[in-house]
Write a protein that binds this ligand. Structure first.
Ligand code: FE2
Ligand code: FE2
Length: 329
């Protein structure tokens, strides 16, 4: 899933490409709607921004499978168990696909997918804020599919026409699978919403807990006007179309009416639609907390990183078996 998230204070300095002729040709290509391929010339700023975006996206797919994996043995029926297993498998596949795209971009620096896993474990590579959160009840498994994958579809649809061909093609495939994930989540939510009082209670409790993390999902709404923030760079290079706040508004537009129609509430009494401004008004989540979460200081950050580390160590022999042995002289 998951788009690149800014932590709000990471402005980049203005970039000036040395080779202006090549830069102008490159900009003309993307403005004409052409796709850039891995071996094509590209400005350093574009390559670096893509590596950051795609590696964060890829690693979040993998880390995102962990909270749902916790519910695989505890799913209430065999059908649900099969559904959640299939989703977990899809997410790992998305991760692999994206990390391969990132690896091609990192070739000039000699960096590999293994290095990205090392970066994750050392804390240099961040993963999405929602996957630092606990999944306490079965309702959380539904909430992740319904609203987290729902938010992911919004941010990925925003990049379906991205100027970088390998990423754009990967997103086309990923988005198709994400739609199934959202439907799987919605089916769990609907069953709980139509269920017993206890089931409705755990559903409401889950939404109350997930609400701030869902608002944080798209990142802070730092104005995309300076030309130097990460979202500006992505818009300039036609990787994404909308700003963080535009995406959050589209998410609220789509899901708040559904939330209310199920008789659920959100834990924010100020939430309403302002017809004049044509936007949802809501209380800002705590963005300082957001920064802490994505710096691996969230409630489940350490535990999930440890799980990934154990899997990485246990599977080392598989990776070694796949690498052709060097001939010793
Ligand atoms: Fe995914
Ligand atoms: Fe998904």
């Amino acid at each position: 899933m998951y788009n690149y998230v800014e932590d709000g204070d990471s402005k980049t300095t203005a970039y000036v490409e040395k080779d202006q002729d090549k830069y102008q040709q490159f900009m003309a290509r993307i403005e004409a709607g052409e796709k850039i391929e891995a071996d094509d010339w590209m400005p350093e700023e574009y390559r670096q921004a893509l590596i950051k975006l795609i590696s964060m996206h890829g690693i979040s797919e993998i880390m995102g499978a962990l909270p749902e994996k916790e519910w695989t043995p505890k799913a209430p029926t065999l059908r649900r168990k099969l559904g959640i297993m299939a989703k977990v498998q899809d997410e790992m596949g998305h991760g692999q696909l994206l990390l391969r795209v990132a690896e091609d971009l990192m070739k000039p620096y000699g960096k590999t997918r293994e290095d990205l896993i090392e970066d994750l474990l050392s804390g240099d590579l961040k993963f999405h804020n929602v996957f630092h959160m606990p999944t306490k009840t079965w309702a959380d498994a539904g909430m992740v599919g319904w609203l987290v994958d729902g938010a992911a579809i919004m941010s990925q649809t925003n990049m379906l026409d991205a100027s970088y061909g390998p990423y754009q093609r990967a997103l086309q495939r990923i988005c198709q699978e994400e739609v199934f994930h959202a439907q799987h989540g919605e089916a769990i939510i609907m069953a709980l919403a139509e269920g017993t009082e206890y089931q409705r209670d755990i559903l409401q409790e889950s939404l109350n807990r997930w609400w701030p993390a869902l608002l944080m999902f798209f990142g802070p709404s730092t104005a995309a006007t300076t030309g130097s923030s990460k979202q500006d760079i992505m818009i300039k290079y036609r990787v994404r179309k909308s700003t963080n706040e535009e995406l959050r508004q589209a998410f609220l537009d789509k899901y708040l009416p559904r939330v209310f129609s199920l008789g659920l509430t959100v834990p924010d009494e100020t939430v309403h639609y302002d017809k004049e401004k044509q936007q949802w008004i809501y209380e800002q989540p705590n963005w300082d907390e957001f920064k802490q979460i994505i710096r691996n200081k969230g409630p489940k950050s350490k535990e999930r990183l440890r799980l990934r580390e154990i899997a990485y160590e246990n599977n080392r022999w598989v990776r070694q078996a796949l690498v052709p042995k060097t001939v010793e002289s």
